[in-house]
Design a protein around this ligand. Structure first.
Ligand SMILES: NC(=O)c1ccc[n+]([C@@H]2O[C@H](COP(=O)([O-])OP(=O)(O)OC[C@H]3O[C@@H](n4cnc5c(N)ncnc54)[C@H](OP(=O)(O)O)[C@@H]3O)[C@@H](O)[C@H]2O)c1
Length: 306
């Protein structure tokens, strides 16, 4: 039977953190104007995008002015808006060190996390993620460092980001040894980037009941209307056809597709436009079927399914 695939209900992870199925990504949160930054964050939270995902490195590119500047801006907005902090699940990441480029040694993670707390002007980070695997730190050292930060009340839960399933599992096992259950795994995931469906990421998340956070669900804007598909014409044609049939935009179909897997991912949208944030929520109501989703997969992979 081809039923409707999207579950629009909140997701829970960690020790009872509850978030909407669409989260607000802060990679491009590089506004220099505090009021504009406040307005976009408020809009997102009002729309139920209460998972706010940032990283210490955000601000280094995408129009920012340097490492840490997005966290600083978020910290300013939170400090100027009493009550807002309590309405969000605040997620950040550490472990990228420009010039190294990755360092998740115990000393580096502690120093990154404490610097994030200062910039965000909060006492505790709800979800602390290891941004990219550091190939030269043993998972047990990473786990011990995170466990200490957890014990001290500086982080409430732990996630991985850009880890292969095996890397994630190695860290998850090491975390279990120190009494922490990994809460999330963050990976690139969109109609254009289907790897997590095939490489074991989603399967592992369902097996261990962790929450998948999917980054760049619109492929960084490449799946939106008005954009040259550059090589992905077949995929865009299917998205457009489904958009016509469901009476929505290409972007809405792409976001809806990213919400379909049974692991019930949270998708992290990156638009900084309030009107586009509002439009993104339409994806939750699109009755995409298995047939629709398999058409998208076939178009994306460029080969018919057997
Ligand atoms: N863990 C990691 O390594 C990693 C890496 C990358 C991203 N992320 C996370 O994922 C989040 C989202 O990434 P992303 O910004 O690449 O996501 P995205 O939602 O795939 O792309 C957003 C981009 O598309 C543009 N866009 C154009 N038309 C749009 C439309 N109709 N609707 C919505 N957006 C449209 C937006 O521009 P406007 O702002 O002008 O609307 C924005 O530049 C980041 O903020 C970050 O939290 C994590």
């Amino acid at each position: 039977m081809s039923g409707v695939l999207i579950d629009p209900n909140p997701r829970t992870f960690g020790d009872g953190l509850t978030v909407g199925p669409i989260g607000f990504g802060c990679w491009r949160f590089t506004q220099t104007d505090n009021a504009a930054a406040h307005a976009v964050l408020d809009t997102a939270v009002d729309l139920g995008m209460n998972l706010v995902d940032t990283a210490d490195v955000y601000g280094l590119d995408w129009g920012g002015t340097g490492f840490g500047t997005v966290e600083e801006r978020l910290g300013e907005v939170l400090a100027s808006a009493p009550g807002l902090r309590d309405r969000i699940v605040l997620a950040t990441k550490g472990g990228i060190v420009p010039g190294v480029p990755y360092d998740s040694s115990a000393a580096a993670l502690r120093s990154a996390c404490e610097a994030s707390l200062r910039r965000l002007r909060v006492d505790c980070i709800d979800l602390y993620q290891v941004h990219r695997p550091d190939l030269f730190t043993h998972p047990s050292e990473v786990a011990t460092a995170l466990a200490a930060l957890h014990r001290e009340g500086k982080i409430r839960s732990v996630g991985t980001s850009n880890h292969t399933p095996a890397q994630h599992q190695a860290l998850a096992s090491a975390l279990t040894e120190v009494g922490i259950r990994v809460a999330t795994t963050q990976v690139e995931w969109s109609a254009q980037r289907l790897d997590p469906m095939r490489d074991g990421t989603f399967d592992l998340a369902m097996e261990e009941a962790t929450t998948v956070l999917g980054w760049s669900p619109l492929a960084g804007g490449r799946l939106t209307e008005g954009v040259d598909p550059s090589g992905d014409q077949a995929l865009v044609d299917v998205l457009d056809d489904l958009a016509d049939r469901h009476g929505v935009t290409r972007s809405t179909i792409a976001l809806a597709f990213a919400l379909t897997p049974p692991c019930r991912p949270v998708i992290l949208v990156g638009t900084q436009t309030p009107q586009r944030l509002r439009a993104a929520t339409e994806a939750l109501g699109v009755p995409l079927t298995r047939t629709d989703a398999y058409r998208i997969i076939e178009a994306s992979e460029g080969v018919p399914l057997p």
